[in-house]
Structures are given as structure tokens and as C-alpha cells.
Design a binder for this molecule. Structure first.
Ligand code: SF4
Length: 329
């Protein structure tokens, strides 16, 4: 496969079709680095279209790394509220602090050093190297993975391991415009080689694509089963007020406000006949039974949230979902 040709085709397509995403508009190298860092943290578990308004609000309020390193946690959480996976926000601030203290405020342009920073793993370090520093690496995200699997028609288990896919990336070749090129491949996956119904007639590399020739676009994934866990949430309600506690018990949503909850066995869960809801978390599917109790009690580290003033609190989406559900009750 002629990889120079592939990179030219993909870049030409990108130049004519790329989205004007807010983190692609910057005034200086330093701002590009900051925007890349913030957007890559936000995009770690969230889709582009959800991230856009959050990113815009975030950089307006916290315009540079130095400000981020000193931002108080309440403001930080307010900027992140609703985006979920709050540990990302905390890690982002820790990373900013470390960069200011240990690296004189400059994002390090070294993959191993980047990986020592909180919240930066394999993918994010590669993305930063390519996008912010124009280093010829191609980060392996879901979009790049899908294109590889389709172009090379990879179906067997041993072909789709991370290690194997990282080697297969060679088909993309390289470009002097490494920053644009990394974004171009990801953009091609997001806009054209979509998970369902890929738009092959608009694809610049359809001639190189085995799946297109075979008209078989199925993607084989390694099985990722989410665990199902069962919980009981106690909704202590006093007119329009609901009791929330600061979570120090569960590993998810640490230190955020949730309804008092406990994990239960499936058998016990099934035996309770109150309203039940499902909430998907990054690593588990939660099934929650809601026990509404019309009384006031006192629990350590708790407060009564007034639903009429909900916007004045920083709450995880998880708690808002339960709140909406019990308000309709
Ligand atoms: S031709 Fe179709 S399946 Fe192949 S890479 Fe392009 S969009 Fe994806």
C-alpha cells in the first residue's frame, strides 16, 4: 500500500472538510498547547459535540495553564459540572500545577515525561505529541482503530490487539504536517468512516480499503463487558428538599454529593418493589432502587438540597438523574 499517497489523500480531504472546532483556533504556540491539553482531557470519555460548549466556557473562565494551576476547586468543578468523570478535572489541575512547578510552565514535549503527569496515559500523550508539538505519531483512538480495521480488513483476534494495531498504523505513513495529519485521520473516522453506515463514496481512501471492496463493514471488537452492580438509594425528602451526602464511601464520584446509597445483592434488589432506574457509568451498569422516605434525618457530611436553587450547587449528572427521577415520582 502506498502510504505517501494515503497521507496526501487524507490531508487533502481534511483541508476541505475539517470541522472548525474551538480548540483548533489558537493565537500562539503556547495557547495551542493549553487548548490541546484541556480538549484532550475533556475528550477522554466524551463526544466532540458534548465537549464543545464546555471547552468554550472552560477556556473563557480559565484561559491559561498558570490560572488553571491556581484555580479553586469550586470554580473548577463548576466549569466541569455535567461533563462527568470528575477525576479528569482534578487530574487536569494537578497536571497544570506540576507543569508550572516542575517544567517552568511549559508542557513537556516528551512522551515519557508526559506520561508521568496525572491523567495522561498512552493515548493522550501521543495525541499531545502529535497535535501540540507536530511530532510524527498517530494516536490510536477509536476512530483510527476503526479505519485500520476496515482498510486492512482485520477480523481475527490476534490482528486487533493494541500491539498489532499500533504496528499496522504504518500504513498511514507520515507527513511534515504531523499535527494536522493526526487530527485528519481521527476526523476521517468521526465524519466518514462512522461506526454504522460509513460514507464510503465520500472517502478519500476507498480505493485502498479492503472492507469497501468486500462490502463488509462489520467491526470486530474485543469483548468489553460492563459489570452490573445493584444499589439501594435512600431519598430523604422534606417538601422540596433532598438529603445529599458527600461521598467518601464509593470509589466512583469521590467527594461529590450523592444520595445516601449502599450496594446490595441482586436477590435483595429484586425483592424490593420500589421504583428502579439504570445509570451507565464508565466501568459498570448501575441498577438503583429508589426508596423515598418523607422525613428529616441528620447524617455526617450531609445537607438538604433545595431543588428550587439547584443551579447554585455543583452536582454530578449521576445525582441530577436520580433527582429528576424522584421529582417526577
Ligand atoms: S472506504 Fe468506507 S470503510 Fe473504507 S475507510 Fe473509507 S469510509 Fe471506511
Amino acid at each position: 500500500m502506498d502510504s505517501t499517497n494515503i497521507s496526501k489523500k487524507i490531508l487533502y480531504w481534511y483541508d476541505n472538510n475539517k470541522r472548525l472546532l474551538p480548540w483548533r483556533k489558537h493565537n500562539s504556540k503556547r495557547q495551542k498547547q493549553y487548548f490541546t491539553l484541556v480538549s484532550e482531557f475533556m475528550l477522554q470519555q466524551t463526544q466532540v459535540k458534548t465537549v464543545i460548549p464546555y471547552f468554550e466556557k472552560f477556556v473563557k473562565k480559565i484561559p491559561n495553564l498558570k490560572r488553571l494551576s491556581k484555580i479553586n476547586d469550586k470554580t473548577l468543578m463548576k466549569c466541569w459540572e455535567g461533563l462527568g468523570y470528575y477525576s479528569r478535572a482534578k487530574n487536569l489541575k494537578k497536571t497544570a500545577k506540576k507543569i508550572v512547578i516542575d517544567f517552568k510552565g511549559c508542557l513537556p514535549a516528551n512522551i515519557d515525561t508526559l506520561k508521568t503527569l496525572p491523567g495522561i496515559g498512552d493515548y493522550t500523550s501521543n495525541a499531545i505529541m502529535a497535535i501540540a508539538f507536530n511530532i510524527p505519531v498517530i494516536p490510536l483512538d477509536g476512530n483510527v482503530e476503526r479505519i485500520l480495521k476496515r482498510v486492512l480488513y482485520l477480523k481475527k483476534d490476534y490482528e486487533i490487539t493494541k500491539e498489532s494495531l499500533n504496528k499496522k498504523k504504518l500504513i498511514f505513513g507520515a507527513s511534515k504536517r504531523s499535527s494536522d495529519y493526526a487530527q485528519a485521520i481521527m476526523e476521517l473516522g468521526a465524519l466518514i468512516c462512522k461506526p454504522q453506515n460509513p460514507l464510503c463514496t465520500k472517502c478519500p481512501i476507498s480505493k485502498n480499503c479492503v472492507s469497501y471492496k468486500k462490502k463488509d463493514f462489520g467491526i470486530v471488537s474485543k469483548n468489553k463487558f460492563n459489570k452490573i452492580k445493584y444499589f439501594e438509594a435512600n431519598i430523604y425528602k422534606d417538601k422540596n428538599k433532598f438529603l445529599l451526602i458527600k461521598n467518601s464511601k464509593f470509589n466512583f464520584l469521590k467527594n461529590l454529593f450523592i444520595f445516601p446509597m449502599r450496594e446490595v445483592k441482586q436477590k435483595e434488589f429484586n425483592s424490593i418493589i420500589n421504583k428502579k432506574i439504570n445509570i451507565k457509568m464508565s466501568n459498570m451498569d448501575m441498577k438503583i432502587v429508589l426508596n423515598t422516605r418523607n422525613k428529616k434525618i441528620k447524617i455526617k457530611n450531609s445537607f438538604f438540597l433545595d431543588k428550587n436553587n439547584i443551579n447554585t450547587y455543583t452536582l454530578p449528572s449521576f445525582t441530577k438523574k436520580i433527582l429528576n427521577s424522584v421529582s417526577k415520582h
